[in-house]
Ligand binder design. Sequence first.
Ligand code: SAM
Ligand code: SF4
Length: 331
Amino acid sequence: MTELVDTFGRAHRDLRISLTDRCSLRCTYCMPAEGVPWLPGPTLLSTEEIERITRVAVGLGVTEVRLTGGEPLLRPDVVDVVRRIAALEGRDGPVEVSLTTNALRLPALAGPLRDAGLARVNVSLDTLDRERFATLTRRDRLPDTLAGIAAADAVGMAPIKINAVAMRDVNDDEVVALTRFAVDRGYEMRFIEQMPLDAGHTWDRTAMVTQAEILERLRGAFTLTEVPGRGSAPAERWYVDGGPATVGVIASVTAPFCGACDRVRLTADGQLRSCLFARTETDLRTLLREGADDDALAEAFRTTLAGKKAGHGIDDPGFLQPDRPMSAIGG
Ligand code: SAM
Ligand code: SF4
């Protein structure tokens, strides 16, 4: 089988698909209050187009698919998309499908998604304080997010991962409380260093809460012991008070894990990206709609990966934030 190995020897097994750039929240680090100019409807890939591109990727060695956005649960066909992708056979068996979500629609969709073959969910939850949540996401929806997490738990999706972007003077004082919330319920807590991907271009490295700071706060409340065997996972993990619960940090900025990256991304409008921070994209949608066969699509995957850079370059003097915000790339 021809594989998606780039010029640095990294084999790509993980395809992240953005199902939509729209969202039901307006997290300050992701979208401006008024939203962003949405992708025009006809440019969005159809259910069949997503399935076809994914099948080609699976033929090239992809074994895991993560659905994201924007908010992937806003897509009316999300259950059908999961069912079709989960039915694909990869080199190691059925493709593993997971989803990153704000959980608002999980009370209605957790059961159907599980039945369709969804293996896991990652839920974004930056605070446990209702007022803060309303300020941070610009929507008063904390009870709905909590209900969504409980719904995923109730249908047996495990492990549930809770993601929080740590922000100075916004939620950095909640690192311990969020971890307790997760540990008490058997979820895995993961903190994310904020990255320069907001639509408003307001990211400031000096204000960013680093992995070192997060760990310092955690060590004030828990005993942390490193979990060995990280592989290509973005989160470095620690056992909390001897385990089995763990807490992770995704230190994309202060401890980049680009050397082990196995991810490739497809935007909701059918553009293939070799990295969150890539400055170029490959237009699979046009190829597909002009009648390209699977071999031509596979070649487009290989060409895109051949151009993948060694790292995201956030620290390079010439670093340029990608033109698309996170919500339009797929986090
Ligand atoms: N709406 C879904 C959600 O919030 O989980 C999926 C899309 S969201 C873009 C995916 C992840 O990216 C979330 O965990 C979110 O916190 C994270 N994210 C968004 N903007 C970010 C930024 N500037 N830096 C770091 N993480 C960010
Ligand atoms: Fe929406 Fe997720 Fe972005 Fe928040 S982080 S605005 S929930 S896409």
